[in-house]
Design a protein around this ligand. Structure first.
Ligand SMILES: N[C@@H](CCC(=O)N[C@@H](CSC=O)C(=O)NCC(=O)O)C(=O)O
Length: 279
C-alpha cells in the first residue's frame, strides 16, 4: 500500500503533504493530507474527520490548525470523507454517497463494495500512518458535523485506538435526525437496531466506551443553522450526564457551521488532545 505524495507545502515550520494511495478497505484510490510538525519526532497523531461534501482539502486549507499542531508537536491526518470514482456508487444529493461516507461500513447495495469508511479509518489509515510517518503510535480523533459523528462513534467503538476524542458541531444522534436517518438507512438497511451501534448518544447511553475518556470536548455554535434539526447536542449531554461520562459542551455564541467557527477554536482542540497524547 504505497503512499504517493502529490503536493508538499512548508507551513508553520513543518511539512504538509497531500497524498494518495490504493485502499484495500474501499477498493478505490483514497486521498488525504498529513501535517508533520518541525523536529525529529516521533510525534503523536490527531486524526481529523471532515463533514458532508468535504474532501481532505477543506480542513487542510480552512481550519488553520497547523500553528497549534507545530507548537504541540502533533501530526494531523485529514482523510477524504468517502471513496470516489466512476465505478463507485453515488447519489445526486449532497448528503449521500460520494462525500458522505458517514464513517460506517455499508452492508447494503449499491454501497457495500466501496463504502467501508469505518474499516478504512480504524484499520488501514492508522496502519499506514504509523508505518510511513514518525509517530509514537498513540493517537486521538476529532471531526466536524458528519465527521464529529465519525470521531465520537469510532472512538467509542474502538477506544483502544484513541487517547481522546473531541468534535465540532457533531451529528449527536444520527438515528434521530434527517441526515443520519437517510444515510444509515441507505448504508445499513432498515433495521434501526443496527443503526444504534453508530449513534454516539445511544452508544454512551448503553455504556459503550464507558470509563475510556476522562472528558469529551465539544464546541457548538448557537447560530448554526443545523443545530435544532440535525445536530442536537442536548441529547448527547443528557446521555453523558445519565451515565457519568464527562462532556465539556461549549455553546459558542454567534458561531455558525462553517470553518470560520472551527478556525476560531481548533487550537483549543489541538491542545486538549496534546495534553492527553503526551501523558
Ligand atoms: N451543501 C449543504 C451543506 C454542506 C455543508 O455545510 N457541509 C459542511 C459539513 S455539514 C455536515 O457534515 C462542510 O464542512 N462544508 C465544507 C466547507 O468547506 O464549509 C448545504 O448547503 O446545505
Amino acid at each position: 500500500m504505497t503512499l504517493t505524495t502529490t503536493k508538499t507545502h512548508a507551513v508553520h515550520g513543518g511539512t504538509l503533504r497531500y497524498l494518495k494511495h490504493d485502499s484495500a478497505a474501499t477498493g478505490t484510490p483514497m486521498t488525504l493530507s498529513v501535517f508533520v510538525p518541525p523536529g525529529e519526532g516521533p510525534f503523536p497523531v490527531l486524526i481529523w474527520l471532515s463533514g458532508l461534501t468535504c474532501t481532505e482539502d477543506n480542513f487542510t486549507t480552512k481550519a488553520g490548525a497547523y500553528g497549534a499542531a507545530a507548537e504541540h508537536g502533533v501530526i494531523i491526518v485529514a482523510p477524504d470523507t468517502s471513496p470516489r470514482g466512476e465505478g463507485v456508487a453515488d447519489d445526486p444529493a449532497y448528503d449521500l454517497g460520494q462525500g458522505a461516507g458517514f464513517y460506517v461500513d455499508a452492508t447494503q447495495a449499491p454501497w457495500a463494495p466501496h463504502f467501508r469508511m469505518e474499516t478504512y479509518v480504524t484499520d488501514e489509515l492508522i496502519g499506514l500512518i504509523d508505518a510511513e510517518f514518525p509517530t509514537t503510535k498513540v493517537r486521538s480523533i476529532s471531526g466536524h458535523s458528519m465527521g464529529g459523528h465519525g470521531a465520537l462513534t469510532l472512538a467509542l467503538r474502538h477506544p483502544h485506538l484513541f487517547r481522546s476524542v473531541s468534535a465540532f458541531a457533531p451529528i449527536a444522534s444520527p438515528t434521530r435526525c434527517p441526515w443520519g436517518e437517510k444515510a444509515l438507512g441507505a448504508y445499513l438497511g432498515p433495521d434501526r437496531t443496527v443503526w444504534a451501534d453508530h449513534d454516539a448518544t445511544l452508544l454512551i447511553e448503553g455504556g459503550t466506551g464507558q470509563g475510556c475518556f476522562d472528558d469529551i470536548l465539544i464546541d457548538q455554535g448557537d447560530a448554526d443553522p443545523f443545530l435544532a434539526d440535525q445536530l442536537k447536542p442536548e441529547l448527547l449531554q443528557a446521555a453523558a450526564d445519565a451515565v457519568g461520562q464527562r462532556i465539556t459542551l461549549r455553546i459558542q455564541p454567534g458561531y455558525d457551521h462553517s470553518y470560520f467557527f472551527m478556525a476560531s477554536f481548533v487550537a483549543d482542540h489541538v491542545g486538549f488532545h496534546a495534553a492527553r497524547l503526551k501523558d
